[in-house]
Design a binder for this molecule. Structure first.
Ligand code: NAD
Length: 263
C-alpha cells in the first residue's frame, strides 16, 4: 500500500518526552510534519525540533500549551493549523496521574487529572475533526492505558480518566465510522519511560541490587511477560494505526501489555 503518511501533518500532545516523543519520531520517520507539545527548557526544545527535522527531512514545530487549561487545549489545534495549514493526525498522549486512596484524593488533583487525560482530548478532537471531515481523511489515536480497560488501586482518577478516554474513542469512532477518519486507543501496560528508569535506580540503591535486576523486578511485578514495553514500540504502533493498512480499525482499545489483561 502507498505510504499515505508522507506529507501529512501530525499533532502529538505531550511529545517532548516518553511515549509522545517516540510517537512523534515514528510519524516524522514516515514523512509527517510534526507539531510537538509539552514542557521543557527552551534551548533543549529548539534542539529537539532541529534534530527531528534534520533526521527525517520534515518540518517540526513546538507548542508549550498547558493542556490542563481549556483555552490552551482548544487553541492547540489552531496553533498547528496556523503553522502547518491543517492537522491530519491527532495523537492525544499527554497524561498525568495521582497515587493514593480515593478517600485521600485531593479534589483539585482529580480535576487536573481529568482535565489533562480526558478533557484535553475532547477539546483537541472537537477542534481538529471539522478540518479532517472537510479534507476527507484523518487519524485520531488516544494514548490510554491498561487502566482504561481494568481497575487498579490507589489511582482512581487515572483509572476513571482512562476509561473515559476509551469511551470517548468509541463515541468518536462511531460518529466517523462511514468516513476515512478513524479513532482508536492504545492501552499500554508499563512502559520504559524516564520514570521507570528512575524507579529502578532507586530500587537498586535501596535493595543493593544491580539496575538490571531492579528493572526486571519492577517489570515482573505487573507484566506477565516480565518485560516492560519500549516507548518506540508504542510509537511504531501509533504510526501503524495512522497508516492506510489500519483504515478499518475503528473504535478499538488495543492493549500493548505483555498479556497483563489476559489474566
Ligand atoms: P512522560 O512523563 O514521559 O511525558 C509526558 C509528556 O507530556 C511530556 O512531554 C510532558 O512535558 C508533557 N506534559 C505533561 N503535562 C502536560 C500538560 N499539562 N500539557 C501539555 N503537555 C504536558 O509520559 P509517558 O509516561 O510517556 O506517558 C504518556 C502517556 O502514556 C500518558 O497519557 C500516560 O498516561 C500513558 N501511559 C504511560 C505508561 C507508562 O508506563 N509510562 C503506561 C500506560 C499509559
Amino acid at each position: 500500500m502507498a505510504n499515505t503518511l508522507k506529507d501529512r501533518v501530525a499533532l502529538v500532545t505531550g511529545s517532548t518526552d516518553g511515549i509522545g516523543l517516540a510517537s512523534a519520531r515514528a510519524l516524522a520517520a514516515e514523512g509527517c510534519s510534526v507539531m510537538l507539545n509539552g514542557f521543557g527548557e527552551a534551548d533543549a526544545l529548539a534542539a529537539l525540533c532541529s534534530e527531528l527535522s534534520a533526521a527525517y527531512g520534515v518540518e517540526v514545530a513546538h507548542s508549550p500549551a498547558d493542556l490542563r487549561e481549556e483555552a490552551a487545549a482548544s487553541g492547540l489545534v489552531g496553533e498547528a493549523v496556523a503553522r502547518f495549514g491543517r492537522v491530519d493526525i491527532l495523537v492525544n498522549n499527554a497524561g498525568t496521574q495521582h497515587k493514593g486512596l480515593v478517600e485521600d484524593h485531593p479534589p483539585q488533583r482529580w480535576r487536573e487529572v481529568m482535565a489533562l487525560n480526558l478533557d484535553a482530548a475532547f477539546h483537541t478532537i472537537r477542534t481538529a475533526l471539522p478540518g479532517m471531515r472537510a479534507r476527507g481523511w484523518g487519524r485520531i489515536v488516544n494514548v490510554a492505558s491498561v487502566y482504561g480497560l481494568a481497575g487498579g488501586v490507589e489511582r482512581s482518577s487515572y483509572v476513571a480518566s482512562k476509561h473515559g478516554l476509551v469511551g470517548l474513542t468509541k463515541a468518536v469512532a462511531l460518529e466517523t465510522a462511514t468516513t476515512p477518519i478513524t479513532c482508536n486507543a492504545v492501552c499500554p501496560g508499563d512502559v520504559s519511560t524516564r520514570i521507570f528508569y528512575r524507579n529502578a535506580k532507586l530500587l537498586a540503591e535501596r535493595e543493593q541490587i544491580t539496575r538490571a535486576e531492579a528493572q526486571q523486578r519492577i517489570a515482573a511485578a505487573s507484566m506477565p511477560s516480565g518485560r516492560v514495553v519500549a516507548p518506540e514500540q508504542v510509537g511504531a504502533f501509533v504510526a501503524f494505526l495512522c497508516s492506510e493498512a489500519a483504515g478499518e480499525i475503528r473504535g478499538a482499545a488495543l492493549p500493548m501489555d505483555g498479556a497483563w489483561l489476559a489474566r
